[in-house]
Design a protein. Structure first.
Length: 323
């Protein structure tokens, strides 16, 4: 009996040792290759992967987020997802529409408190130029709305795309954000050169009113175009809504989210606007000092925006140059 048991154990051990060499019935003959062929395929795959990686554009540098804001944002995001699911299946209860839109509004406000969303742009714009009291609010509204609407348009275009095309769509979103920063960098550099040349050619006379009239409004337009890239947070919500089959309501949620995003952006704009107004009110009796301070503030604002934009966009720009 003991001898038979030993024979069975040896036989089982032999089968276990041989089994890795046996043909796998789940694999097709083409998938079963020799170790040398496997190594060649892995090498080819690695080479192909590295080539694709070189062709891909890197995303812009992510900003540092406050962990408390990030945690609360994650909770709101989860709450919004549960409400949307309940709305779709009719289990959200009465007043679901208003509640979902309110949570989307709060999520947008908290989302815009994080890095990005053009707070630096509006702050720099209203540090460098004088403007009527209502203009910072209007500029912030347009930027936030463009940010949300771009996500809606983007999702409408890529809806239903799958596989490798979806990867290309993701790269399109990355490229859109990167190119938007490139617009800011180029436009800011243009104004730095233009204002410097005008200041030194005119014998250091600088009116400090750079925002008055049509010329002031015209310089805002290129910065508004920089808001034409899809918001990642909005795309996340839209993707979930599209998967639930509530596209129209998802679009409405993004518009509510955009209204929430306006608040932090507007606050940044009025912080700069109010600081500039207070500064030049204190210098109203000294025209020469006001001219020099105006030029210094304007250059400081543009240089700050240029440096921040270049820092954030550098990974994208580097991948664009080295493609």
């Amino acid at each position: 009996m003991v001898k038979k048991t030993r024979i069975l154990i040896c036989a089982a051990a032999a089968i276990l040792c041989i089994s890795p060499l046996a043909a796998n019935p789940l694999l097709s003959p083409q998938q079963e290759t020799s170790p040398s062929n496997q190594q060649e395929q892995q090498t080819a795959s690695s080479a192909d992967g590295s080539e694709k990686k070189q062709d891909e554009l890197l995303s812009v540098r992510p900003g540092t987020q406050n962990r408390h804001i990030t945690g609360f944002q994650a909770k709101l995001q989860e709450k919004l997802g549960n409400l949307l699911y309940g709305f779709r299946h009719g289990t959200a209860g009465p007043g679901a529409v208003i509640l979902v839109l309110f949570v989307a509004f709060l999520y947008g406000m908290l989302h815009a408190l994080g890095p990005g969303h053009r707070k630096t742009v509006v702050f720099s714009l209203y540090i460098v130029r004088r403007a009527p009291w209502w203009e910072p609010a209007l500029t912030s509204f347009i930027l936030a709305l463009l940010h949300g609407v771009s996500a809606i348009v983007f999702m409408v275009i890529v809806n239903g795309i799958a596989g490798s095309v979806a990867v290309a769509a993701d790269q399109t979103a990355v490229a859109a954000e990167g190119y938007s920063f490139l617009v800011i960098i180029l436009v800011t550099l243009f104004f730095i050169i233009k204002e410097s040349v005008e200041f030194f050619r005119s014998g250091h006379h600088h009116c400090g009113c750079g925002g008055d009239g049509k010329s002031g409004a015209a310089r805002i337009i290129p910065f508004l175009f920089s808001g034409l890239y899809p918001c990642p947070g909005a795309i996340l919500i839209l993707a979930f809504c599209y998967s639930l089959g509530i596209k129209a309501f998802g679009n409405l949620c993004i518009l509510s989210m955009s209204l929430g995003m306006i608040i932090p952006v507007t606050a940044a704009a009025y912080l700069a606007w109010g600081g500039r107004e207070k500064l030049f009110k204190s210098l109203s009796g000294n025209e020469e000092a006001a001219e020099k301070v105006s030029f210094g503030v304007e250059m400081g604002g543009y240089l700050f925006l240029f440096a921040v934009s270049l820092y954030i966009a550098w990974p994208f720009l580097y991948s664009l140059i080295t493609r």
